[in-house]
Design a protein around this ligand. Structure first.
Ligand SMILES: CCCCC/C=C\C/C=C\C/C=C\C/C=C\C/C=C\CCCCC(=O)SCCNC(=O)CCNC(=O)[C@H](O)C(C)(C)COP(=O)(O)OP(=O)(O)OC[C@H]1O[C@@H](n2cnc3c(N)ncnc32)[C@H](O)[C@@H]1OP(=O)(O)O
Ligand code: FAD
Length: 664
């Protein structure tokens, strides 16, 4: 099929070469080649490819998802993939791999929470798929408030075993992925009791199913929790344990230990047992980038080939991408995807470094990385889901079809604001950190890390520093506005908290009565962090780009900063970080920048370099032949393989013949 001329012209008139930006996103031309080889291995594989998924039943999809997980293992061995290759393959198919939680939570939990002997025993079994596991933490009654977990593990000194039980409905495990039908084992988080003394939430390895028959073991009641919005193949489950006994060495004992005679000891940081969640929060930030890159690619290409209506009366119908309002739906998502790219790269290295320190029992970096990973997981998933919905609607009627590729991406991404810590709750964790840093700054001590900008006192009366027109495209000046806005919102929340406390409210009550302001400040901190990483990326990752490409990546960053101010203008105005005249100029600059970026929109999404067999979209194929692909997809629907369906003889015909009132 030849390339649609409407999309070809976009590529021909772009001011830079997409491939140069692709190399930047991958890190180097060699890395691009390597990724392409890997993507071809997964995209071309009939067991991994998900082209026909939308026409499958739940059970067919589940089976295909297990086969896909297995096939990824085979490809990994055949082609000697490293961990990042494997992560990328998982990322591309995460909504359709039944053993997803085994990979991204069960194994990491054993690695993080087990001691040397436990690693030696369990990791080879898990890595070789001799056992399959889940991460069973959430209960029917408690998901957020982990100190409230009610499943009990009581130590029995006489047999050196833990006895695990589910005392009431609210204490059953509820939600763990792959628990329903696909796990033989669980890393199970339960409240440990020794001689009736509560020793807090601890991790245990519990076998759930017989490895030969796959039947639940005695005392284990397990099943699926029912159909969900998406992620149909991650069979989320429930689990009731009736006095199930496990040996003492099946409590994962890296950070807390129980001796044979029932002595409880702790080592490491207080929240060390929460460390698996931190890794997945980093994974979720990666996933938000991928989802947004997919969505932006599909909708930008579709908007460049769909023509409808006219701008100039009587002139030929225009590409919908030429409507300014359509640009406002599409261009922010491109700019955000690039900002998220820089941010997730930073986060990856930050996490790896801090994790290495933690491995050496240096926990000093934990509070800051907990704040950053919680905040970015929340912020990036909030923004990604909001923008994906805008993008989906930007496809008009075809935005409601499953074959468009964006709907599936959107509904699976919708899980991310909830899983691994509900977003509001995570913003409140960020706010705790903001309040601590504020206290440090108030004492005159230097705040370190991502909030070091708090050290610079904001002068009153304050000027924005936006003097010349050039200042409005100076990303460092724009970043300063964001930092000031964050500090002021933090101060405001802090002042409110103190005021309520001084007026007699206990601290916990004042906290709850300030939580709206606290979340607002936390979001501002996250937005500022993402912009900061985008700007850092310009001078690190983008610095070697040819001038024309660097200019466009720079424009995107400026637009990201300006657009963010227009979206949050209330916060910027209220805190006095800009005035109304400055806001008007910012709005105008943002619109002008958007028009410049529009020229390169298709080239910018081409640079994400997502092959058609992974994009899985009728609307967003590289060749721009959306209508042909829509038609082909409709024709391949199994319901269209018969001209007359059985329902005709059964119901429609009797109805046409007036027999519908008789009993069917
Ligand atoms: C390295 C490279 C990585 C690259 C990755 C690339 C690819 C990855 C491959 C694949 C992709 C992976 C995933 C992405 C895709 C999709 C994911 C989809 C599904 C995933 C499955 C989802 C699984 C789950 O949902 S599991 C269940 C998760 N549950 C939660 O998250 C519970 C949330 N609740 C909590 O975290 C806590 O209860 C709390 C809200 C934090 C409160 O805890 P509590 O104990 O009550 O707190 P308390 O008030 O006593 O103390 C707060 C105190 O503790 C500090 N704290 C809290 N948490 C932590 C932590 N994690 N670390 C450090 N410190 C912590 C906090 O700061 C407070 O300190 P202070 O008192 O203020 O000093
Ligand atoms: C698709 C999916 C997959 C999952 N996979 C797993 C898994 O593999 N393993 C696992 O263990 N769990 C899993 N979960 C569970 C998930 O981690 C929890 O649902 C999540 O952490 C939210 O907890 P919750 O359901 O208790 O929400 P709730 O805490 O009940 O949240 C409900 C509302 O209460 C608010 N709220 C709660 N506490 C506070 C507070 N302190 N302050 C302010 N507001 C508050 C929230 O903001 C939210 O608006 C999964 C969930 C989903 C949807």
């Amino acid at each position: 099929m030849s390339v649609n001329p409407d999309i070809q012209v976009e590529r021909d008139t772009a001011t830079f070469r997409s491939i140069d930006v692709t190399h930047m996103l991958d890190g180097s031309p060699e890395a691009t080649n390597q990724r392409r080889i890997r993507q071809k291995q997964i995209g071309d594989d009939p067991q991994i490819n998900r082209r026909n998924i939308i026409f499958m039943s739940h059970e067919e999809r589940y089976e295909a998802a297990i086969a896909r997980g297995l096939r990824i293992e085979q490809l990994k061995a055949e082609h000697d993939w490293d961990i990042m290759d494997e992560n990328n393959a998982i990322m591309w198919c995460f909504s359709d791999i039944a053993m997803f939680v085994h990979k991204v939570m069960f194994i990491p939990a054993i690695e993080r929470l087990g001691n040397k002997e436990q690693h030696d025993k369990w990791l080879p079994l898990a890595i070789d798929h001799k056992i399959l596991g889940t991460y069973a933490q959430t209960e029917l009654g408690h998901g957020t408030f982990l100190r409230g977990l009610e499943m009990e593990a009581r130590y029995d000194k006489s047999t050196e075993e833990f006895v695990i039980s589910t005392p009431k409905h609210s204490s059953m495990k509820w939600w763990p992925g792959s628990l329903g039908h696909s796990s033989s084992h669980a890393v199970l988080l339960a409240t440990l009791y020794i001689d009736d003394q509560n020793c807090g939430m601890q991790p245990f390895i519990v076998q759930l199913r017989d490895l030969n028959t796959w039947k639940p073991l005695p005392g284990v009641e397990v099943g699926g929790i029912g159909p969900k919005m998406a992620l149909a193949t991650t069979d989320n489950g429930f689990l009731v344990l009736n006095n199930v006994r496990i040996p003492r060495d099946q409590m994962l004992m890296k950070y807390a230990q129980v001796s044979k005679d029932g002595k409880f000891t702790k080592s490491g940081a207080a929240k060390a047992n929460y460390s698996t969640m931190m890794l997945v929060r980093v994974g979720i930030a990666h996933s938000c980038y991928f989802s947004l890159a997919v969505g932006a690619t599909i909708v930008t290409r579709y908007s460049a080939v769909r023509r409808q209506g006219e701008i100039k009366p009587g002139a030929p119908e225009v590409k919908i991408l030429d409507y300014q309002t359509q640009q406002l739906k599409v261009i922010p998502s491109i700019a955000t995807a690039y900002a998220f790219h820089f941010c997730k790269e930073h986060l990856k290295w930050y996490y790896i470094e801090t994790f290495q320190q933690i491995q050496q029992n240096d926990f000093s970096g934990l509070p800051e990385i907990h704040c950053v990973t919680s905040g970015l997981k929340a912020y990036m998933s909030d923004i990604a889901t909001a923008q994906l919905e805008t993008l989906r609607r930007a496809c008009g009627g075809n935005g409601y079809l499953l074959s468009n590729g964006i709907t599936n991406t959107y509904i699976q991404t919708l899980a991310l604001p909830t899983v691994e810590g509900e977003n509001t709750v995570l913003y409140l964790q960020v706010a705790r950190y903001l309040m601590k840093c504020l206290k440090v700054a108030a004492t005159g001590e230097a705040v370190k890390g991502s909030l070091s900008y708090m050290n610079e006192k904001i002068k009153t009366p304050y000027t924005s520093g936006l003097v010349t027109r050039e200042d409005y495209s100076n990303v460092k000046k724009l970043l300063k506005l964001y930092q000031n806005m964050t500090v002021r919102l933090t101060q405001k929340a802090g002042d409110h908290l103190n005021k309520l406390h001084v007026s007699g409210q206990p601290k916990y009550e004042a906290w709850n009565n300030t939580s709206v302001q606290l979340v607002n400040a936390a979001k501002a901190y996250c937005q500022t962090y993402v912009l900061g990483m985008n700007i850092e990326g310009l001078s690190t990752q983008a610095v070697d780009l040819p001038g024309d490409a660097l200019e466009v990546i720079h424009q995107l960053c400026v637009f990201y900063a300006l657009h963010g101010i227009t979206e949050q203008s209330g916060n910027f105005l209220e805190t006095g970080c800009i005035n109304i005249t400055e806001l008007h100029i910012i709005q105008q600059e943002a619109q002008e920048m958007m028009a410049k970026i529009r020229k390169n929109a298709v080239a910018l999404v081409d640079a994400f370099d997502i092959p058609d067999n992974l994009l899985n979209s009728t609307l967003g194929c590289y060749d721009g032949n959306a209508y042909q692909h829509l038609y082909d997809s409709a024709k391949s629907d199994p319901m269209n393989q018969k001209q007359v369906l059985p329902a005709f003889e059964k119901y429609i015909k009797p109805m046409l013949q007036g027999k519908h009132t008789s009993k069917l």
